[in-house]
Ligand binder design. Structure first.
Ligand SMILES: *Cc1c(COP(=O)(O)O)cnc(C)c1O
Length: 390
């Protein structure tokens, strides 16, 4: 008999009832160190006082009106994002995949309005993840996500990851945009080298096509810059953001230049909940903390500490772990034993990690995790590896 919750997830036998910073408390009282942060969502950990304050204050004032009216919290968050980034304009969504929907629509409308309605194709990459909507699964293109859900939204050309010449060769008169995650998340924490992002920017400029970055997982301070592409010194035309921006409240957005957004006039797109006062009040509180250069400097310092400890962990367990890769507090450990076994062994030691593709476990701790918590988390991973080896 089917479960009352649609059984699309293989859930771990864990039920968390409370969160405090980098800690999750299980119904039985066990305290887990959370290196998953709800898959890079709880950017400031659990129950951060500034976020709780922003949410409850707004909850006591006004939950929802409609995008038919002005929403001051939405205006404030858009202003902050425009100030802090390449973007001139922002549309708010409730999730990453909704951001993908708009990014695709925006790129196509851009060319339609330029009198080039055949420019609809978007180049994407193997191993990418853009969410579970029809555009998101078609964009990523993997069999795992698309099988049985056809006919797929047409217009996506999925290329091998890391082959610049193949990208150049795949651009046609119908190419509207290139879409890429600066650091692949679900794909196994695989950073795109800076020179590749620069190469894509150059290709887009040469051919006059749009560059779209999906920073749903790698954005909002995760890599030690406010957005990951800043490391490469290039900017996109359109960017998808979600996960960390709401710190745990469902919130996403699309950022764009004035040029890229030029087709999106009144009536062309909308959302009932996107940009609601609750989400945007929390988003403002998140951004006020994360966009502070001193906070980002601390993320980089913590990232160095975590990386150093992970190198030691891998050296100590060469039969369990293969290598570490990533950027900032977005780390992946490629495993030599099934990564699901490592995640389960971590649960037994009360530390949370998240499996990804390429037999990799993801470490995406809250950005404000303390040095002591980092040390304790790596000790727990060490105990997990020891248990696996014996
Ligand atoms: C999680 C994720 C998405 C989808 O976000 P949802 O909020 O689950 O729809 C899209 N792109 C990337 C890179 C992600 O990590």
């Amino acid at each position: 008999m089917i479960t009352s919750v649609l059984p699309t997830y293989n859930r771990a036998p864990l039920t968390f009832v409370k969160g405090e910073g980098a800690w999750l408390i299980e119904a039985d009282g066990r305290r887990f160190l959370d290196l998953g942060a709800g898959i890079a969502v709880n950017a400031l950990g659990h129950a951060h006082p500034a976020l709780t304050e922003a949410l409850t204050t707004q909850a006591n004032a006004l939950w929802h009106t409609s995008n038919l009216y002005h929403i001051p919290q939405q205006q404030a968050l858009a202003d902050k994002l425009v100030d802090a980034t390449f973007a001139d304009t922002v549309f708010f969504t409730n999730s990453g995949t909704e951001a993908c929907e708009l990014a695709v629509k925006m790129a196509r409308k851009f060319w339609f309005d330029k009198g080039e309605p055949d420019k609809v194709d978007i180049i994407t990459f193997t191993g990418s993840f853009h969410g579970r909507s029809s555009a998101g699964i078609a964009a990523a293109g993997s069999e795992k996500m698309t099988k049985g859900f056809g006919p797929l939204l047409p217009g996506f050309t999925n290329l091998a990851f890391g082959d610049h010449d193949a990208v150049a060769a795949a651009i046609t008169d119908q190419t509207a945009a290139i879409l890429i995650e600066p650091v692949q998340g679900e794909g196994g924490i695989i950073p795109v080298p800076d020179q590749c992002l620069k190469g894509l920017r150059d290709l887009c400029d040469t051919h006059g096509i749009l560059l779209i970055f999906d920073e749903v997982q790698c954005g909002v301070g995760r890599t030690g810059k406010l957005f990951a592409h800043e490391w490469a010194g290039v900017t996109p035309d359109i960017m998808m953001v979600a996960k960390g921006i709401g710190g745990g409240f469902p919130l996403g957005c699309v950022l764009a230049t004035e040029n890229a957004a030029s087709g999106m006039t009144a009536g062309t797109h909308g959302s009932t909940y996107g940009g609601n006062p609750l989400g945007c009040a929390v988003g403002c509180a998140v951004l006020d903390i994360v966009a502070d250069p001193a906070f980002l400097a601390d993320v980089n310092r913590r990232a160095g500490l975590l990386r150093q400890k992970l190198e030691g962990l891998i050296a100590a367990h060469p039969d369990v772990f293969d290598l570490v890769r990533g950027s900032g507090l977005m780390m992946g450990i490629k495993c030599k034993v099934p990564c699901g076994d490592v995640v389960a062994a971590g649960y037994a030691q009360e530390v949370i990690t998240v499996p990804a593709a390429d037999n990799t476990i993801r470490l995406l701790p809250p950005l404000n995790i303390s040095d002591d918590e980092i040390a304790a988390a790596v000790d727990r991973l060490d105990a997990a590896a020891q248990a696996l080896a014996s």
